[in-house]
Design a protein around this ligand. Structure first.
Ligand code: AMP
Length: 283
């Protein structure tokens, strides 16, 4: 595995693969890698001949008072894990490479970036859309792989790529979970034992709603109610939002039909966690 920091070195490798007619898959991450990230790397290796992974804790997607400073960073361990999983190139840009002095161009988006994460983390998707556009332009992959764990981010990126005609295919992979259902996340490392136990309630609440829908419930309001009720039973959970939306627009819906996503954001102590389950409903 090659490790590069500059766009020139990155270009050197990607262009040498292109000359050999090899396709390039890309997985952007913020590091502190876990099995969720590594599953995306394996997926990229199935979809393309060469795999590039970036690690960049992007300052512009964190709001004031969020966890940018204390976000877990462990590039050495990440690098070992990536090597084992067959990553070909690790791109570790410096902040000055992505945001050089005088940088002033940002990607602003409407729906599906406005609600939910967009509402509770103002500026978050502006930072995400900007850095993803830059990374896609730097790496120029044939395909980029994102996790369904960040369902709204995935919808935002699909829209970004469509609207700006970016020449890349977007692939996704289902959320990888701990045995008790908690979605793997770099932020789970912040949780105390007690908070970690409480965090399992998130997936329990989402699963309980999925079961209600499978049994025929079609009122989105009733599903929101169940979601909130289960979450609020856990005293350590401070609920930010619990919503049922249309999978394409991320607008709240009245009736459960076609493609939907149930999404949750909570605070447990100082840690903010998000999760979701999407469903396809027949008829
Ligand atoms: P992050 O490092 O949190 O920015 O995540 C990098 C990529 O990994 C994003 O596409 C995430 O959606 C994806 N990801 C994070 N956690 C998981 C998970 N538990 N399962 C699948 N993908 C994940």
């Amino acid at each position: 595995m090659e490790t590069v920091r500059s766009p020139d070195e990155l270009r050197y490798w990607v262009e040498s693969w292109r000359l050999e007619s090899r396709s390039v898959g890309f997985v952007p991450t913020m590091g502190a890698l876990h099995e969720g990230h590594l599953t995306l790397v394996r997926r990229a290796a199935e979809l393309a001949d060469r795999v590039v992974v970036s690690i960049f804790v992007n300052p512009t997607q964190f709001g004031a008072g969020e966890d940018f400073e204390r976000y877990p960073r462990n590039v050495e361990l990440d690098s070992e894990l990536l090597q084992e999983k067959g990553c070909h190139l690790l791109f570790l840009p410096e902040t000055e490479t992505i945001y050089p002095e005088g940088h002033s161009t940002y990607v602003d988006m409407g729906a599906p970036a406005e609600r939910l994460e967009g509402e509770f983390r103002p500026g978050h998707f502006r930072g995400v859309a900007t850095v993803v556009t830059q990374l896609l332009n730097l790496v120029r992959p044939d395909i980029a792989v994102f996790g369904e764990k960040d369902a709204q981010q995935l919808a935002v990126i699909r829209r970004l790529v469509r609207d700006l005609h970016l020449p890349v295919e977007i692939a996704s992979h289902p959320t990888v979970r701990e045995p008790d259902g908690l979605a793997m996340s770099s932020r789970n490392a912040y949780l105390s034992d007690e908070e970690r136990a409480a965090a399992a309630t998130i997936y329990r609440a989402l699963s309980s709603c999925r079961q209600h829908i499978e049994q025929g419930e079609r009122s989105a309001q009733a599903i929101r109610h169940v979601l909130r009720e289960v979450l609020l039973q856990e005293p350590l959970i401070d609920l930010e939002y619990a919503e049922v939306v249309d999978a394409a627009t991320f607008e709240p819906i009245l009736k459960i039909r076609s493609s939907i996503v149930m999404l949750v954001a909570v605070h447990i102590g100082k840690t903010r966690l998000i999760d979701n389950i999407s469903m396809e409903i027949d008829g």
